[in-house]
Design a protein around this ligand. Structure first.
Ligand SMILES: NC(=O)c1ccc[n+]([C@@H]2O[C@H](COP(=O)([O-])OP(=O)(O)OC[C@H]3O[C@@H](n4cnc5c(N)ncnc54)[C@H](OP(=O)(O)O)[C@@H]3O)[C@@H](O)[C@H]2O)c1
Length: 302
């Protein structure tokens, strides 16, 4: 019993190590927008759109799709990592990669991206909503604007891209939507109030959407990663705060991407990469929410 409690606490803590990224403002002239992106199909492969696909888990998902000969549309804010991802994936997998620089926290972004995809009749088979904001700073600690940014990016962009790309996904069915939540989406975590709230919204949205789209032959899945070392800071924090067990629980980005894509294509709803994370998430999902909030709350604020 003590071992399970330890595992549980360990995973509780892992959701805190995902670092805070910032709302970044990019020079207008560095942006690659849908309206300036011309489309010339280079093969007849299906397409997947990865929102947040230039780095980290999103890039790993993109690579797992490229391995399966999916062409890609990658969306992120920064132009240079997008270009690097495009060149790497095109050269290694001989696929077509389109890139677009958008801040997905802005309401107009999903509309512009979807409009471009529909106008060019992209054979879209999969939408992956990956971009998200997490971190140790959350409600009561950050300005309201940061919280709006988190809500807009974590929930609104996922909700909005899914709806606006639905006509294409339906046209190219059987097709897939993969939403990225977190282990934090399974439990209320007072010190990560809005992060766990937004991620649980992504989880519930995915359950509901899966039911709604079943008859349209569109399968919806939801990924719940534990710690993934997408940046050196996550690894350092995990090691410092969780030691050996935390390091064992981490799953490399490439494995997260491969598991996510494989299980999405297999039609699985809840995807938790890694054995330890799977076991612990099983406990988290059956425990009373009030008890979880007390346990997480007693772990203390940073
Ligand atoms: N890493 C973990 O331990 C972990 C654990 C659980 C859940 N997750 C979830 O997994 C997802 C990805 O995490 P990650 O660690 O792979 O993140 P990451 O390495 O920071 O990559 C995030 C990707 O999203 C893009 N992005 C970020 N903000 C954006 C915005 N406003 N508009 C458009 N694109 C944006 C980034 O590119 P730009 O910066 O150029 O925009 C990048 O391509 C997130 O939803 C996160 O909550 C991560």
């Amino acid at each position: 019993m003590k071992v399970f409690y330890f595992l549980f606490i360990a995973v509780c803590s892992t959701v805190d190590v995902y670092p805070q990224s910032k709302a970044i403002f990019i020079r207008r002239d560095s942006l690659l927008k849908a309206e300036t992106t011309s489309f010339h199909p280079k093969n007849s492969n299906p397409f997947a759109l990865v929102a947040g696909g230039s780095k980290g888990i999103g890039y790993a998902i993109a690579e797992a799709l490229a391995l399966r000969q999916y062409n890609l549309i990658l969306v992120a804010r920064h132009h240079t990592p997008l270009l690097e991802a495009k060149e790497k994936l095109e050269n290694k997998y001989n696929i077509q990669v389109e890139i677009m620089s958008y801040d997905l926290s802005k309401r107009t972004s999903a509309a512009e991206i979807s409009k471009w995809c529909i106008k060019n009749d992209i054979p879209l088979k999969m939408l992956c909503n990956v971009a998200g904001l997490g971190g140790t700073n959350d409600y009561l600690k950050v300005p309201l604007d940061t919280l709006y940014y988190m809500v807009n990016l974590n929930i609104e962009s996922c909700m909005s891209l899914s709806l606006q790309l639905l006509p294409l996904l339906e046209k190219n069915a059987p097709s897939f939507i993969l939403n990225v939540s977190s282990m934090a989406g399974f439990a209320p975590i007072p010190s990560k109030n809005m992060y766990s709230a937004t991620k649980s919204a992504v989880t519930f949205f995915s359950y509901n959407l899966r039911h709604q789209l079943k008859k349209r032959n569109i399968s919806v899945s939801c990924l719940h990663p534990g710690p993934v070392f997408t940046k050196p800071s996550i690894k350092a924090d995990t090691k410092r705060r969780l030691g050996f067990i935390g390091m064992q629980m981490a799953v490399p980005p490439s494995r997260v991407g491969e598991t996510a894509v494989r299980e999405t294509l297999n039609g699985k709803m809840i995807i938790v990469p890694g054995t330890l994370a799977k076991i612990t998430s099983g406990f988290t999902r059956i425990m009373p929410r009030g008890m979880l909030a007390s346990i997480y709350g007693s772990l203390g604020e940073e």
